[in-house]
Design a protein around this ligand. Structure first.
Ligand code: NAP
Length: 267
């Protein structure tokens, strides 16, 4: 499933960084804990980090830089996103340069359009500029986020030399609509679905069906929820707490029984 993302080893889950470095503006108060959390995830087999130029007004990308310092760059898969207001050629070139400067990571593994611009036509200029960045070696793969089926199709048709390799969308046990349209479409077209807010911002811990299955399997609701999503996507949960990350890591290396999957699908 994740082969479309490139030749690197991709862990079955990644780490999200939204709210690390600030929610709307920049906030440095939790930097040490956030850098430690990302580092902990990388030390324990996670290779994928998701960030965006807008998170913490760029500070989230600076925290990624701190967490990856001294690590083997080729073992990491770094995703960042450009704002839909920055899709014009020169603006996008500038955005990419700023992201790279903040992260100090040499190149971006996967560069996404964060969400659709009011004028969908701008997607074309944005993606074709990203293709230039691929030719220059600044970006390895390109994709979209929050695109519905029609918008994804538009994006696929807008590229010339690269393929859309991923669509990052909200997908969790509490947000399963993509199962009826975006996910089957992406699967059919070899596009990897990356699930954001996979823990429904922590609400899966109280979600009845996940709790029931957790009880009968000796797992936790968070582990059940992520394992469910991994069947058809790459979830990128965010956790600043190490105990949360430990629990998240326990979602890997086993598979839900088919009857448990059916119970979760029934809701
Ligand atoms: P999420 O991963 O569903 O939930 C994060 C929340 O869950 C945090 O408050 C975290 O607490 C808590 N949590 C983590 N592990 C837990 C555990 N084991 N038990 C209980 N609570 C736990 O939500 P998200 O941050 O919105 O989504 C994840 C990532 O997706 C983001 O960080 C971002 O990278 C990406 N994203 C992308 C978009 C987009 O438009 N493309 C939109 C939203 C998010 P602590 O932090 O205190 O540990």
């Amino acid at each position: 499933m994740v082969e479309a993302l490139g030749k690197k080893r991709i862990s079955p889950i990644g780490v999200g960084t939204w709210k690390m470095g600030g929610k709307d503006g920049m906030d440095r108060t939790h930097d040490a804990d956030d850098v430690k959390a990302i580092g902990y995830a990388l030390d324990h087999g996670i290779s994928v980090i998701d960030t965006a130029e807008t998170y913490g007004n760029g500070h989230s990308e600076e925290l990624v830089a701190k967490a990856i310092k001294g690590r083997d760059r080729e073992s990491l898969y770094i995703i960042t996103k450009v704002l839909p207001t920055h899709l014009g050629h020169d603006q996008l070139m500038k955005s990419a340069k700023h992201s790279l400067d903040r992260m100090g990571c040499g190149y971006i593994d996967l560069y996404l359009i964060h969400w659709t611009p009011p004028k969908l036509e701008m997607v074309k200029e944005g993606l074709q500029t990203m293709e230039e960045l691929v030719k220059q070696g600044a970006v390895r793969s390109i994709g979209v986020s929050n695109f519905n089926v029609q918008e994804t199709l538009f994006a696929m048709e807008a590229t010339r030399s690269e393929k859309i390799v991923a669509n990052q969308i909200e997908y969790s046990l509490l947000a399963r609509d993509p199962e009826s349209d975006v996910i089957p479409f992406c699967e059919k077209n070899g596009i990897v679905v990356i699930s954001y807010t996979p823990l429904a911002d922590g609400k899966v811990t109280t979600y009845g069906p996940a709790r029931d299955i957790a009880r009968s399997t000796g797992r936790t609701p968070v582990q059940v929820a992520l394992n469910y999503l991994m069947r058809r996507s790459l979830p990128i949960p965010k956790a600043s707490r190490i105990d949360h990350l430990k629990e998240i890591l326990g979602s890997v290396g086993w598979t839900l029984e088919p009857e448990d999957v059916k119970r979760l699908q029934a809701g």
